[in-house]
Design a binder for this molecule. Structure first.
Ligand code: AMP
Ligand code: GLY
Length: 423
């Protein structure tokens, strides 16, 4: 089978790395891909939201499965686009249809879904520019810190957590009235602050059945000790040591089952990954958010631990036979450390040559914001490369990642040296 992966990050390199190991995969294409995917698949110079160009490539390369990495094409309805076009409706698309992708596309939609299906989450109310004053009044009823979320997609930047009531009011106004995050903040969800430790739970579903993948924890802040600005993720660990069997059972019973049942009840067609951001408050899990795709860099630790053929799993998702698949997981821990461009998540330079990759031993270098140019591998984004390792413990794994990072270099390379510090 010929397969196309959409996306260009470390997540997509990891998908490609895993899928090329499958005997079911003939030719693998990645659009637009990066220097890592170029080494194991064929990159296609396409934009992930240019559906017509994707259709053309699918027909030209006789592609029968499309695996969607990022959320944008899903929220814009790529799966529906395929189903509604007679030339490509036979192609399996891994990712939910538009109506279900709203779980990530709209925070308000997700909160309504959670409440409707009795899934534990923070109390909330949502506001728009016609009722800003009511928003101020609601803030006054809460205790700090105040959590303000732009309703729509804001590239991971739309959540503000503020200690000061007046600042929270000012920010609410700036989001609703001054369009701080553009159209994405024309509605704002204000919610109760939950105090606890976070983890991510990944679920595969074919719309009827589900399978739970290993948990992971990512490190979102740029600075050591979880300080500074939010990033896409600076590193990750799987499994999460504090996710005991008892806690995982609670997650399955209280969150995963009602989520999958809720999708069915609400007629939200879903074939793909459900990424549930969870916070452990006391001994209880609560949902922070849904994403309708895999996480990045969580993928770089979750997929390497998956022993089962990923293409076989995707076929089962397409055929709605996921219940027949046995998911086998490597017992070892996996860790990844993200190398980023100096300055990220604010302004940074690109085009810096990355050296030392040939010396990496006992770890896997998943390329993210890196491309090939004139025979050299150079940086092309903020998050550049994820160095993944296995170990009997996460401490052993992380040590290996750091040892290999010593061998890598690019101008102004930065990374967190404390991944796992809080566990
Ligand atoms: P989200 O985009 O909804 O995942 O929010 C981004 C980050 O903000 C999360 O990963 C949490 O660290 C934090 N966050 C979101 N909602 C809450 C909440 N209700 N209480 C505490 N922290 C939160
Ligand atoms: N690492 C968080 C995310 O992919 O959204």
């Amino acid at each position: 089978m010929n397969i196309l992966i959409l996306g260009s990050g470390g997540r997509e390199h990891t998908f490609a790395w895993k899928m090329t190991q499958s005997p079911l995969c003939n030719s693998l294409f990645v659009a637009p891909g990066n220097s890592g995917t170029a080494q194991i698949a064929k990159n296609l110079d396409l934009n992930v939201t240019d559906f017509q160009a994707i259709k053309k490539a699918v027909l030209e390369h006789k592609i029968s499965m499309v695996v969607v990495g990022p959320e944008d094409p899903l929220v814009q309805g790529i799966h529906d686009f395929f189903l509604n076009d007679k030339d490509i409706k036979h192609v399996s698309v891994i990712g939910p249809q538009k109506a279900a992708a709203e779980l990530e596309g709209s925070k308000e939609f997700a909160k309504e879904f959670l409440v409707r299906h009795n899934i534990p989450t923070a109390a909330y109310k949502s506001f728009n520019k016609t009722n800003v004053e009511e928003g101020y009044a609601f803030l006054e009823t809460l205790n700090p810190p105040y959590v303000l979320k732009a309703d729509g997609l804001a590239a991971g930047k739309g959540v503000l957590i503020l200690n000061d009531l007046n600042e929270a009011k000012t920010e609410l106004k700036s989001m609703l009235v001054d369009a701080k995050f553009g159209e994405a903040s024309s509605k704002v969800v204000i919610e109760e602050f939950l105090d606890g430790i976070e983890l991510s739970c990944f679920v595969l579903t074919d719309g009827k059945n589900y399978k739970i993948l290993p948990t992971a924890k990512d490190y979102k802040r740029i600075g050591e000790g979880d300080t500074g600005l939010n990033t896409g993720g600076m590193g990750a660990i799987s499994p999460v040591p504090f996710a005991t069997d008892d806690f995982l059972n609670k997650i399955e019973d209280r969150i995963v089952k009602p989520t999958i049942d809720g999708l069915k009840k609400d007629n939200l067609p879903y074939k793909g990954f459900v990424f549930i951001g969870i916070i452990k408050v006391g001994d209880d899990p609560k949902v922070i958010e849904y994403n309708v795709r895999m996480g990045d860099p969580e993928t770089e630790v979750v997929l390497p631990r998956l022993k089962t053929d990923l293409v076989e799993i995707f076929q089962a998702i397409a055929n709605e036979t996921l219940d027949e698949v046995v998911i086998e997981i490597d017992e070892r821990a996996a860790t990844t450390v993200m190398l980023v461009s100096g300055g990220y998540p604010e302004g940074y330079e690109k085009g810096k040559e990355i050296t030392g990759l040939e010396n990496v031993e006992g770890s896997i270098a998943f390329h993210a914001g890196a491309i090939e140019r004139e025979g050299k591998i150079v940086t092309s984004g903020g998050r550049v490369m994820a160095i993944t390792s296995f170990g009997n413990t996460y401490q052993e794994a992380i040590k290996k990642s750091y040892q290999n990072i010593e061998k890598l270099h690019f101008d102004k390379m930065n990374y967190r040296k404390d991944i796992g510090f809080d566990l």
